[in-house]
Design a protein around this ligand. Structure first.
Ligand SMILES: [Zn+2]
Ligand SMILES: [Zn+2]
Length: 119
């Protein structure tokens, strides 16, 4: 934690973790666009604007976490749609074989929803 260490440290501040990193991706770069970083950042409780005077770079670690977060949200959204259509379209107990929830009894939903074991 010497002050000289801070002085020779060069890099970019990551918008998400505020750490200074050498390897970052600029949010408005081609690379960022190909990774859809701006879209994924919309899931976070921050707003990024091109002209907001705040760092526009994010580090690799945060990109990785952002990907995971994005995948989780996508999964939850998809799951929600599946569950709703299962409820709405065949709530009479006749769950068609095409339904992703076919064969899953409602009773198991409440307790062990994540122990399917087919990972
Ligand atoms: Zn970061
Ligand atoms: Zn169903």
């Amino acid at each position: 934690m010497g002050s000289y260490g801070r002085a020779i440290m060069t890099g970019y501040i990551c918008r998400l973790c505020s750490e200074q990193k050498k390897k970052v991706i600029h949010l408005y770069s081609y690379k960022s666009r190909s990774l859809h970083l701006l879209e994924k950042i919309k899931l976070l409780p921050i707003t990024v604007d091109k002209y907001d005077n705040l760092p526009k770079t994010i580090c690799e670690g945060c990109i990785e976490r952002l990907e995971m977060q994005y995948n989780l949200v996508q999964k939850i959204r998809k799951s929600n749609i599946i569950q709703r259509s299962h409820r709405i379209y065949h709530s009479n107990g006749r769950c068609p074989i095409e339904c992703p929830l076919h064969g899953i009894s409602d009773a198991s939903w409440s307790t062990e929803s994540d122990s399917t074991g087919d990972d």
